[in-house]
Ligand binder design. Structure first.
Ligand code: GDP
Ligand code: MG
Length: 440
């Protein structure tokens, strides 16, 4: 299905102006892609409504490349819902910073406690893990194992002494942390398999007892359509300041991220991507946006293409290709632009369906540009404007002037003519701008 979306964008790309029907078709595909990524229906409706409105507006109509503009709108709106700028942990002005974890059983809270602790310890913090999940017999032990792996301390009830009261354990842990100068306290709590009033009450009581700087709601990205109900229940029952999305190493496209962020208005702060303690990173809204739409790196590609080829320049060239006034001078200018484009191969790799072109680029040689420059610079202005003037004696003179052989000159002229022909087709067919890239 993401292929269908890519296809839709590709179709748009070939059109000059977008009709309302084009916009509707695109919005339909975006809706499908989001539903496929398990984004909740209410969120999808809201989202596509916004995109449609903007896509029909002036910014798209006036854009040089309306399709590109629509892609950008989709991305912008996704990133906005996902929290815009990446949000980071807020530390207390006066330590310890208290971070409480809440979420369903199996969401990945205990694992996250270890990941967070390890990550903070690397940054010269001194975290303390608190075992306030006394529900499952093995929970305290699991936290101890994780703490051992992270190389950090644990605060847990002494066996047989005050066990069974997670609120008291949590409260005591803060005093302990102040006393022993731990600067971050991470409170692991109990979850249940489903939303449950007792669990919510306990989490809410712990929250009141420790007055956390951050309450992180931990949610499994694979939860899919249940994400909205679960997140709302936790927001009502405990409330939270941020979200951590776990199990992003699975094949979930991350629709849960969009749903949760959208219905709760809370930022996603971290992403958990595996069972090992190092599989953990700050959350980047823009990366998640492309993962949800599964557009590959199409946006990066657009940016690179934009910076490499001045758009106005590209339009002029397209015009030249189409009207047959493309000259050797233009050819040279384009090759020089290509050099400015940096890693062309990488760029082509990001374009869906450009495998064949990529193969050609494998053979592309930077030195080719230097040779081309030498030869074209040895031509007279008239020759550069009109390659038909290039008879045998002129070619010999150019070869001598540039330190190349006549064969080199012949090959260049031939390549130029092939390129001109190919680009003429391209200009009419509307493929992406890759000027100067004749068959190498
Ligand atoms: P808790 O009940 O919320 O404390 O969840 P746990 O931390 O005990 O994690 C439940 C299971 O999910 C464990 O087997 C973890 O190893 C696993 N897990 C946690 N986070 C991730 C993750 O990001 N990716 C994967 N693949 N597994 C995870
Ligand atoms: Mg746990």
């Amino acid at each position: 299905l993401s292929d269908r979306l890519a296809e839709t964008f590709k179709n748009l790309r070939t059109k000059g102006k977008l009709s309302p029907a084009d916009v509707d078709a695109t919005v339909r595909e975006i809706r499908r892609a989001l539903l496929d990524a398990d984004v909740a229906l209410e969120v999808v409706k809201d989202f596509t409504g916004k995109v449609r409105e903007r896509a029909l507006g002036d910014e798209v109509n006036k854009a040089l490349n309306p399709a590109q503009q629509v892609v950008q709108i989709v991305n912008e709106e996704l990133v906005a819902i996902l929290g815009g700028e990446a949000r980071r942990i807020q530390f207390a002005k006066k330590p310890p910073t208290v971070i409480m974890l809440a979420g369903l059983q199996g969401a990945g809270k205990t694992t996250l406690a270890g990941k967070l602790a390890k990550w903070l310890a690397k940054d010269n913090h001194t975290p303390l893990l608190v075992a306030a999940d006394l529900q499952r017999p093995n929970a305290v032990n699991q936290l101890q194992v994780v703490a051992g792996q992270a190389g950090v301390a644990v605060f847990a009830p002494e066996p047989g002494n005050g066990t069974g009261n997670p609120v008291k354990v949590a409260k005591d842990s803060i005093k302990f942390a102040i006393d022993k100068q731990y600067d971050v306290v991470i409170v692991d709590t109990a979850g249940r398999l489903g939303v449950d009033a007792d669990m919510m009450k306990q989490a809410s009581d712990i929250r009141k007892a420790v007055d956390p700087d951050e309450v992180l709601f931990v949610i499994d990205a694979m939860i899919g359509q249940d994400a909205v109900a679960t997140a709302k229940a936790f927001q009502d029952g405990v409330d939270f300041t941020g979200v951590v999305l776990t199990k992003l190493d699975g094949d979930a496209r991350g629709g849960a991220a969009l749903s949760v962020a959208s219905v709760t208005g809370r930022p996603i702060i971290f992403a958990s991507t595996g069972e090992s303690l190092d599989d953990f990173e700050p959350f980047y809204p823009d990366r998640m946006a492309s993962r949800i739409l599964d557009l590959g790196d199409i946006l990066t590609l657009i940016e690179q293409a934009q910076s490499a080829f001045d758009e106005g320049e590209a339009m002029k060239m397209a015009e030249k290709f189409a009207t047959d006034t493309f000259t050797l001078e233009d050819f040279l200018a384009q090759m020089q632009q290509l050099r400015g484009a940096g890693s062309i191969k990488k760029m082509m790799g990001m374009l869906p369906g450009m495998g064949g072109m990529k193969q050609q680029l494998e053979n592309f040689d930077e030195r080719e540009i230097v040779r081309t420059e030498a030869i074209i610079q040895s031509m007279t202005k008239a020759e550069r404007q009109n390659s038909k003037l290039l008879n045998g004696s002129r070619r010999l003179r150019i070869a001598k002037g540039s330190g190349m052989t006549v064969t080199d000159v012949n090959q260049l002229v031939q390549r130029f003519e092939q390129a001109a022909k190919m680009m003429k087709t391209v200009a009419k067919g509307g493929m992406p701008n890759i000027p100067g890239m004749g068959p190498v």
